[in-house]
Design a protein around this ligand. Structure first.
Ligand SMILES: Cc1cc2nc3c(=O)[nH]c(=O)nc-3n(C[C@H](O)[C@H](O)[C@H](O)COP(=O)(O)O)c2cc1C
Length: 168
C-alpha cells in the first residue's frame, strides 16, 4: 500500500482535528502522522507523498513551527515528491491575508522541486486577497472553522477524493 505522510502540529487542536479527518479518508493510502514541531528536514525525504497542514498566523505569516524548519528545508532536493497543502484561516477577520501561509509554504516546497497538487476552486469563499490564490485557483485546501465550519466536511471529502488520484 502506498504511504502518505500527514505533517501537522499535534498541539494545534483545530488543525490536528482536520488532519485526522483527512487521514481517515485516505483509504487507498497507508497514512503516517508526523508532528511538524519535532520534524527534521530528512523527514521530507522518507515518503513519496505528503499532506502538509499550515494555518495562517500573525497576519499572513507561517506558524513558528514551520518557520523554524525553513533553514533545514533549504538543503533538500524534493524533485520526486508530491505534496498537497491545507490550511486553516479566517476570511472575515483577515480578508487581506486569508490563508496566506498555504501560498507561502507551497512556494517554498515548489522551489525545492516538489510537485504541488491538490488545487481547489475559490468559489464559495469571500476574501480580498490571499497568497494561496493563483488565477482563480487555490493552491491547496483552505478551511475556515471560524466562519464556514459547516462546509468543512464536504470540502475535506472532495479534496481527499481528489488526492487519492493526484498523490498516487
Ligand atoms: C493572532 C492571530 C492572527 C491570525 N492571522 C490570520 C491571517 O493572517 N490569515 C488568516 O486567514 N487567519 C488568521 N488567523 C486565524 C487562524 O488561522 C485560525 O484561527 C485557525 O483556525 C488557527 O488554526 P490553529 O489553531 O490550528 O493554528 C489568525 C488568528 C490569530 C489568533
Amino acid at each position: 500500500m502506498k504511504k502518505v505522510a500527514i505533517v501537522y502540529s499535534f498541539n494545534s487542536t483545530k488543525s490536528a482535528k482536520i488532519a485526522l479527518k483527512i487521514a481517515d479518508q485516505m483509504a487507498s493510502f497507508e497514512t503516517v502522522l508526523l508532528n511538524v514541531e519535532v520534524s527534521k528536514a530528512n523527514d521530507f525525504l522518507l515518503y513519496d507523498a505528503y499532506i502538509l497542514s499550515v494555518p495562517t498566523w500573525f497576519d499572513g505569516e507561517l506558524p513558528n513551527y514551520w518557520d523554524e524548519l525553513l533553514p533545514a528545508l533549504e538543503q533538500l532536493d524534493l524533485r520526486s515528491k508530491k505534496m498537497a497543502l491545507f490550511g486553516l484561516g479566517d476570511q472575515k477577520n483577515y480578508p487581506e491575508n486569508f490563508c496566506d501561509a498555504v501560498g507561502i509554504l507551497a512556494d517554498i516546497f515548489a522551489a525545492k522541486g516538489a510537485d504541488i497538487v491538490g488545487f481547489t476552486s475559490n468559489i464559495g469563499y469571500s476574501f480580498e486577497s490571499s497568497k494561496a490564490l493563483r488565477d482563480n485557483v487555490l493552491i491547496g485546501l483552505l478551511l475556515d472553522q471560524e466562519n464556514q465550519s459547516k462546509l468543512t466536511d464536504e470540502r475535506v471529502q472532495n479534496w481527499t477524493r481528489q488526492l487519492e488520484n493526484e498523490l498516487g
